[in-house]
Design a protein around this ligand. Structure first.
Ligand code: ATP
Length: 267
């Protein structure tokens, strides 16, 4: 009996929870449909890559997950997306609060024209996560350490974030996103403006982030998807064609469109 109990506990720990679930998601920009019938279960503590040819809807779908498309006047979404089972498009959900739980890092590093310290402290301050300077100091340090940037900036926290190198700026943006203690981190081609060394640093960081968060990354690089993610979703012409373990998608794709893309025939 005890053994059975232990075995069950082990199973429970192994089984990864669904963090974000999408059902029958459709997105239009005006009359043009960009996403059709997308169903996906995104797991907690897992890196999920979205891959596919340019214009296939990866960023559009990514931006649905934290309601960034709300800011695009022509965008309209149908279907259901939940975070821990709760509908994120429910009228009672405040999109600003939602984006603190589902953070985002963009293609081009976009630090605020403020000090390194204030870039990171901004989110925790506006979301009321800190009450005084000591708490703010602690959260800034923790976030910068979490983004593998602390050692490089600890002696110049008062300098402008925009004065850092591109790779450092992107890690600062990751620290800024992490500082609000999100549960999900969305990354839209986070390495496309970075050199190979900075890319390697951000990829290592992504691998560490999954100990804490569910990470979803849009990437044009299949090598990057293979390196950083455990799950991969292949999009084509607005459809989610195939979703599964990264190893399987790259070695044994089930759909001929996935096969063509990964072998370089489309894209
Ligand atoms: N703000 C917008 N207004 C109108 N159409 C848009 C908008 N954003 C994206 N689209 C269109 O929606 C479709 C999907 O674009 P999206 O950027 O999501 O694709 P993507 O797969 O991320 O592309 P890429 O890899 O080039 O970034 C494209 O046809 C694009 O032109």
């Amino acid at each position: 009996m005890e053994d059975l109990h232990l075995a069950r506990r082990a199973l429970d720990t192994d089984a990864q929870e669904i963090k974000v679930q999408a059902r029958n998601v459709q997105v239009w920009y005006g009359t043009k449909q960009a996403i059709r019938d997308v169903d996906i279960d995104i797991l907690d503590r897992t890196v999920t890559s979205f891959i596919g040819p340019s214009g296939c809807g990866k960023s559009t779908f990514l931006r649905c997950i934290n309601r960034m498309n709300d800011t695009v006047a022509s965008a309209r979404i149908e279907g259901r997306i939940t975070l821990d089972g709760e509908d994120i498009y429910d009228r009672r959900v405040d999109p600003v609060q939602l984006r603190a739980r589902i953070g985002m890092v963009f293609q081009k590093p976009n630090p605020f024209p403020k000090s390194i310290y204030d870039n990171v402290a901004y989110g925790p301050r506006i979301h009321g996560l800190v009450r005084n300077r000591a708490e703010t100091d602690a959260i800034v340090e923790q976030a910068l350490r979490g983004a593998a940037l602390w050692d490089e900036v600890k002696d110049r926290l008062g300098e402008s974030g925009t004065g850092l190198s591109g790779g450092q700026q992107q890690r600062l943006c990751i620290a800024r996103a992490v500082a609000t203690q999100p549960e999900v981190l969305l990354m839209d081609e986070p390495c496309s403006a970075l050199d190979p060394i900075a890319t390697g640093q951000v990829e290592e960081l992504i691998d560490r982030l999954r100990e804490t968060f569910s990470v979803v990354i849009v990437t044009h690089s299949m090598q990057q998807a293979a390196r950083v993610s455990q799950k991969t979703a292949f999009f084509h012409l607005g459809n989610l064609v195939e979703y599964g373990d990264t190893d399987e998608i790259f070695t044994k794709p089930r759909d001929p469109r996935t096969e063509s893309y990964i072998s370089g025939k489309i894209g």
